[in-house]
Write a protein that binds this ligand. Structure first.
Ligand code: PEP
Length: 247
């Protein structure tokens, strides 16, 4: 039985002092030892948020990292920096990074390998645009993103990672995929992992749905056999996140 993982993606929101205030507000609301709870926060918030989460059930994640160890990469953050700061998870390949910052699946594959090498758990995002969905190429596109993202990664490592299926048209739009649409793609991702690796790896890997998850739709989405929790944007900044965690 896979343990559910519910992660908040704060995106570019909350200054360090606002972040600590939000953690204090959410702490009592997100208590649920039956699921993994992760707050993925802006880089500058990581240190104070890790401190504020000490002694709670909340793990801290980053929203991005670079694939080099150190050196002349102005503005980037290395995996070792994240680990040293107390980070456990890292979102890689969010569609906003793919779109606005032109990250490719090949870049994300390099980041996946580095994150794993440093003991971080990557949450690798994939998802189709509305145009791709309308063209009927959703599953082919997602399979391609997953195949490139996991190139050269061993089964034993892949099994510990998390994939977030996030249809781009559902992110921040209030338009959630239907449970059938979300389950169809999450099932296809699991089948793709079984093809790349084996059934045991496919059974172990956790697959989240993301895209306008809220307190009203979380329980139905998370009840699907191939949906192991959610990656939550907007609603992770509000008390609603507590309801989602305790779906
Ligand atoms: C996200 O940014 O990963 C996301 C799913 O956002 P929202 O929940 O706001 O759609």
């Amino acid at each position: 039985m896979r343990r559910k993982i519910i992660a908040g993606n704060w995106k570019m929101n909350k200054t360090p002092s606002e972040a600590v205030k939000l953690v204090e507000e959410l702490k009592p609301l997100v208590k649920n030892d039956a699921v993994d709870v992760v707050f993925c926060v802006p880089a500058i918030d990581i240190v104070p948020v890790v401190k504020a989460c000490e002694g709670t059930n909340i793990e801290v994640g980053a929203e991005n990292m670079y694939f080099e160890e150190s050196g002349a990469y102005t503005g980037e953050i290395s995996p070792a920096m994240l680990v040293d700061a107390g980070v456990k998870y890292v979102i890689l390949g969010h569609s906003e990074r793919r779109d606005y910052f032109k990250e490719t699946s090949e870049d994300i594959n390099k980041k996946m390998k580095k994150a794993i090498e440093h003991g971080l758990v990557p949450i690798m995002c994939c998802g189709e645009s509305l145009e791709q969905r309308e063209q009927g190429i959703t599953l082919d596109w997602i399979r391609q993103q997953v195949k490139v993202g996991y190139q050269g990664i061993a089964a034993s490592d892949a099994a510990k990672t998390v994939i977030a299926y996030e249809p781009i048209w559902a992110i921040g739009t209030g338009k959630t995929a239907t449970t059938e649409q979300a389950e169809e793609v999450c099932r296809a991702i699991r089948q793709c992992i079984a093809e790349i690796y084996d059934e045991a790896t496919a059974e172990a890997i956790r697959i989240q749905y993301g895209g306008s998850v809220n307190a009203g739709n979380a329980s139905e989405l998370f009840a699907q056999p191939d949906i192991d929790g959610g990656l939550v944007g907007g609603a992770s900044l509000k008390a609603d996140f507590g309801k989602i965690v305790n779906y």
